[in-house]
Design a protein around this ligand. Sequence first.
Ligand SMILES: Cc1cc2nc3c(=O)[nH]c(=O)nc-3n(C[C@H](O)[C@H](O)[C@H](O)COP(=O)(O)O)c2cc1C
Length: 149
Amino acid sequence: MNQQPLRIVLVRSPQARERLLPLLAEGNRAKTGAAPLVAILAADLDFHEEFPKTFPYKPDAKELFEGLDREPHARLNATLQIGYFILGVRAAGLAAGPMTGFDAAAIDQEFFPDGRHRTLVVVNLGQPGENAWFDRSPRLDQDEVVTTV
Ligand SMILES: Cc1cc2nc3c(=O)[nH]c(=O)nc-3n(C[C@H](O)[C@H](O)[C@H](O)COP(=O)(O)O)c2cc1C
């Protein structure tokens, strides 16, 4: 379904940065403080409110989703969107540093006080400097992840 639950808060101002940094794991603070732009990526649990626009060919869909636990849907679809967000940033020639080292409940409270969002990933955006934080990590080989039956 065309759920589109991803919501993005771009943290640009120094004041907003100061609200975010203490909510991150210690090891993520310096790089997030140095990044030119930081994106908080969250799932909107009430994505179905937009169904009249995003799912117009099934008029009863909004009502159907009112009675469901929408959180697994929101998390799965927003996580897929986040993968494409990272690809898009890199395709545009910028670096994307995704992180899950943070207090998610605290970020929800600080940046989404309506209670209907769940923060999934925070991404640092910019151009890596000479001394990037760490080298790209090795990938598993195809025969380690693919089984043909
Ligand atoms: C879901 C997720 C969470 C991550 N959390 C952190 C983090 O908290 N801190 C950090 O420094 N890097 C974090 N990383 C970065 C990964 O270590 C790094 O992206 C991974 O090695 C893949 O390398 P690449 O980004 O060069 O493709 C995270 C990556 C992902 C995908």
